[in-house]
Design a protein around this ligand. Structure first.
Ligand code: ASP
Length: 595
């Protein structure tokens, strides 16, 4: 090794030792002819001192030439810092290394981003272009460390419980599970394609047919979807499958794992569980109470229902089947401009409008459209909402209850974020269960699976599969944390006849079904055990534990929001020869598309 210690390692007990350190110049300060260098490596920072009285003139001149991010090796003696000079913020703050010899292993150009001060907000495109510099920042090293710990913990935890980690192929078969796929053209078979897996779903089920019983994988998944803040075209899942289980067994493994990680690594991530055990909600209840299938339950602001109280109202906006709302605590100081903006927000989420009541010291302020409500109606609202002086009451109405819940849920979520109601040091996990198995896509006039087509229908709903698909519940579950869906899974169908019935509901002809999923249907005829599983988003969990603001912060080399890697220049063109080998001709050039 070109160093005897890391830059985070030396303490008082090393005083007197001659050590060799190597790392990057984090900062250089000149004080009265003495040069102080903060030398950094991944493990920490050590102060290195170049004193002209102790080194040759050449070494001192070398010290003077040092700039930020030069790679340096320093040999010297560990000394206790003079009285009053220790730095309690640094783990190595009691000592410094008095340089004897110094080598510049590699100079550096001035970095285009700031590496030595995490408090500076920096342009993300520049950070992504120079990701290898960005990752040198303490914050990013921390994020990668949290992620590593999580994955390592998962591997050990599941290994101890009899799970086998098994890799499944990346060159997979095109069997769209919902999202658009990435395709890889085959050279050997003209006109044929591999597809990158959206998840190892089918293969993990086949592993259950193969008798593995307990499988997991830290699996890369690929989905060609439009990008959002919490999406990446390629992402990592903890993928799991178990045989001879009910949903409780699957939930217990995941809950046990995340509870243990949260508690055992508290010293690293500083997060604690809000609820233990994780509460369970039905899909119906989360939609009624929070208006979102992935609610943030770190704060209240639950939806209330005033539909009954508004029956027969002469207030036109509330002449609808359903009237609901929630209380924004302490927001009575909001101006009309602010509430107009909330109205605009909820309209974009599908609501017809928003009625706002300001709760002052002496009741609801007579202003805004809500002033037209009768006194009795206002009293009913005050009673049901339990609003207090200083609060703002937000109300909306619609004949479509689901639409109303969703719009209010988005507004609740948005306000919760703006008001910073969620404690950042808390992980509020919850399970959502009893989802409807299918929803009707009005545009395409067909039923689509809410999870995926391998999900088992609830046993007691099987008779309605063909006659009333809308009332069939799926044996599926989601894990939610702080407003994010962090895992989802289901008990699977393991019988060919049931699988075929579900495929028919989804509008697949048996020919099509067999062409796409013949391997599954066949496998189910050879003693497929009952099985179920789940997949948890590693990127999302790492983001939440690291307290990062988006997924890109916990992925070493992420794609940007246009699905591109600006450092590598990906996607890129390939040579005509490569295209020829793949039997591909470009029919439409990019310029023609954007023209
Ligand atoms: N394959 C599913 C997904 O990626 C998870 C599962 O059902 O286990 O969402």
């Amino acid at each position: 090794m070109q160093k005897t210690h890391t830059c985070g390692e030396l303490r008082k007990e090393h005083v007197g030792q001659i050590v060799t350190l190597a790392g990057w110049v984090h900062r250089r300060r000149d004080h009265g002819g003495v040069i102080f260098v903060d030398l950094r490596d991944r493990f920490g920072i050590t102060q290195v001192v170049i004193n002209p009285a102790r080194v040759t003139p050449e070494t001192f001149r070398l010290g003077e030439s040092l700039r930020n991010e030069y790679v340096v090796q320093a040999i010297g003696e560990v000394c206790e810092r003079p009285a009053g000079m220790s730095n309690p913020k640094l783990a190595t703050g009691d000592i410094e290394v008095m340089v004897q010899t110094l080598r510049v292993l590699n100079p550096s150009r001035t970095p285009p981003i700031t590496i030595n001060d995490d408090s500076i907000e920096q342009d993300e495109s520049l950070r992504l272009k120079y990701r290898y510099l960005d990752l040198r920042r303490e914050r990013m090293t921390y994020n990668l460390t949290v992620r590593h710990r999580l994955v390592k913990f998962i591997r050990d935890y599941l290994d101890a419980r009899g799970f086998l980690e098994i890799e499944t192929p990346i060159l997979f078969k095109s069997t769209p599970e919902g999202a658009r796929e990435y395709l890889v053209p085959s050279r050997l078979y003209s006109g044929h394609f591999y597809a990158l897996p959206q998840s190892p779903q089918q293969l993990k089920q086949l592993l259950m047919v193969a008798g593995i019983e307990r499988y997991f994988q830290i699996a890369r998944c690929f989905r060609d979807e439009d990008q959002r803040a919490d999406r990446q075209p390629e992402f990592t899942q903890l993928d799991m499958e178990m045989s001879f289980v009910d949903h409780d067994d699957v939930l217990n493994v995941v809950e046990g794992l995340l509870t243990a990680f949260t508690e055992e690594y508290h010293h690293l991530h500083g997060k604690r569980l809000l609820y233990k055990p994780f509460p369970r909600f039905s899909f119906h209840d989360v939609m009624e109470r929070f208006g979102r299938d992935k609610p943030d339950i770190r704060f209240g602001m639950e939806l209330f229902d005033i539909s009954e109280a508004m029956r027969g109202t002469s207030f036109l906006p509330f002449q609808a089947a359903h009237v609901k709302g929630f209380v924004a605590p302490g927001c009575a100081h909001y101006t009309r401009k602010q509430t107009d903006e909330l109205t605009e927000f909820i309209r974009q989420k599908g609501a017809r409008g928003l009625i706002v009541l300001w709760h002052d010291a002496d009741g609801y302020r007579p202003s805004g459209a809500g002033a037209k409500l009768s006194d009795a109606e206002k009293q009913a609202i005050m009673r049901i909402s339990n609003s207090q002086p200083g609060d703002l009451v937000l109300l909306a109405a619609d004949d479509n209850r689901m639409k109303l819940n969703e719009a209010l849920g988005e507004l609740r979520h948005e306000l919760g974020n703006r008001l910073k109601l969620g404690d950042p040091n808390v992980m509020a996990f919850l399970w959502v269960m009893d989802f409807p198995m299918f929803s009707f896509n009005a545009e395409e006039q067909r039923w689509v699976a809410n999870h995926h087509l391998f999900t088992a229908p609830a046993e007691e709903d099987l008779p309605y599969l063909e006659t009333d698909p809308g009332r069939v519940r799926g044996n599926q579950y989601d894990l939610v944390c702080n407003g994010y869906e962090v895992a989802g899974g289901s008990i699977r169908i393991h019988r060919r006849d049931v699988q075929e019935r579900v495929m028919r509901v989804l509008g697949l002809s048996m020919e099509e079904a067999y062409q796409k999923f013949g391997h599954m249907l066949d496998a189910f005829e050879y003693g497929a055990p009952p099985h179920g599983g789940i997949a948890a988003g590693i990127d999302r969990l790492a983001m939440l534990y690291a307290g990062a603001s988006n997924l890109r912060e916990v992925i070493a080399f992420p794609k940007n929001q246009q699905a591109a890697d600006v450092m590598l220049g990906v996607p890129s063109r390939v040579s005509p020869q490569q295209l020829e080998e793949l039997h591909i001709r470009i029919a439409v050039e990019e310029e023609e598309l954007t023209a």
